[in-house]
Write a protein that binds this ligand. Sequence first.
Ligand code: TPW
Ligand code: MG
Length: 540
Amino acid sequence: MNLVESLLHALKDHGAREIFGIPGDFALPYFRIIEESEILPLYTLSHEPGVGFAADATARIRGGLGVAAVTYGAGAFNMVNAVAAAYAEKSPVVVLSGGPGKGEASSGLLLHHQAKTLDSQLQIFKEITCDQVKLDDAARAPADIARVLASCLRNSEPVYIEIPRDMVREPCAPVVREAPRAIDRDALAACVDEILGRLDVAKRPVLMAGVEVRRFGLEEKVADLSRRLGLPVVTSFMGRGLLTDCDAPLVGTYMGVAGLPDVTQLVESSDGLFLLGEIISDTNFAVSETRIDLRQTIQAHNGQVTLGYHMYANMPLAALVDEMLARVKGNADKAFPVAHYQYPKGLVADGETIAPTDIAKAVNDLFAEHGRLPIASDIGDCLFTAMEIEQTALIAPGYYATMGFGVPAGLGLQATSGQRPLILVGDGAFQMTGWELGNCKRYGWDPIVLLFNNASWEMLRTFQPESGFNDLGHWGFAEMAAGLGGDGVRVSTRAELKAALDKAIATRGRFQLIEVTIPRGVLSTTLARFVAGVKRISTK
Ligand SMILES: Cc1ncc(Cc2csc(CCOP(=O)(O)OP(=O)(O)O)c2C)c(N)n1
Ligand SMILES: [Mg+2]
């Protein structure tokens, strides 16, 4: 077996199911082995940001590893933002990069694609990955690969593997997985004692499930735990879509001033807020109506637990949940009002113009008739609109908030799960990575794409309306769809929107682009509430 085959078998053994990539001369040798070995399917896309977002999406929707394969320099640097998003949002993406061989590295010449030094790329990726290796020693490679892939899964964060192009066919032993790290059982017991004690005395305990609950495959267990503890469950903005298919007492999504008053009140008045796998970020907590005192909360994330001024290190979320389930038997007899949000439905298919909330209504009607689709959303008002769509699997960069995620993530979702995705994307974000739809035909992907075309960077305009640079003009996206291998239609009335969705859901084998014309300044109900709330609390 050669070094790349050993790496590919290890990736598969650790949960990778496909590779997204774009080669280059530093990468051609290892790409050739990916192609000829057929250990993992390879999907090439058109621009490295899309490669990173697609790989990230597979890790989010399926669990296990996402794999993004690029060339040295121009390719890898092009993907930094997507990997940073995966790092920020705890997504286990493996970055594979071709690299210079030993001979050329010592040639004394500056190499093409080199930025500052030959190691600059490794240094930059150290900032957005939790572990790294350059495979320049075939004897050490199996242990190095085992360490790095174990780090990726243990931390649920990206890792970086550089493959010098003169090493790819070096004979290499198979990779043996690292043994799981030992956990201090006494510390775990003490930690669970303290958590249960805190929850027991609380009068209004609430469990907030964060993205780590999905990253570590704990949704069913957390649903079970919440029933046994008798806790109402909420998700954060970033955690939207969690526990969708679980029997959990899910009250709704906490969004502070932008959310449902009942949910906001439940969370912000809690005297026992249990943040399980939650990223303590501004997008999740900075829009609180009343400042949440995080010191009064129980926080379990990033492999540690904090209660007030106590901190328990090396507390993997899975071990914590398992220990709590082992200690809490039977379902609590506690009941609590579950504020069932009435999602907007019953779109009136008339000649009226379209507001984002009409899109939510049309999608909810579609789901009611045809079943739910998983959603990949970009950021912008499309993501706020997603909060008004029935609970379904949702992947979106809700915290890191980069544009460009939606379309490639939808392609990654379909490639890895086989499910047809609904993609929500604004016109600004579509201008960045929407063109990846041109790859659908090669791979038989057929997403339904709802393009929110307000001809504007509307999120920015809501906070700085005086700036003319937010005007994007009309690009005629619908007309471009055919050239990219799909079907496109522009809709401007609610009747046209409904007809377009009915046609799209009935058409398989080609992507369906629905360009929705939204009048200037018309926001989703959720975004309007968010903007009003942010303005209100910023003037307090
Ligand atoms: C990669 C990147 N570059 C810039 C920005 C900054 C930004 C945040 S929101 C926004 C406008 C989005 O316009 P779009 O038409 O997609 O959606 P909408 O607001 O609903 O009209 C920008 C430019 C971000 N977040 N990511
Ligand atoms: Mg826009």
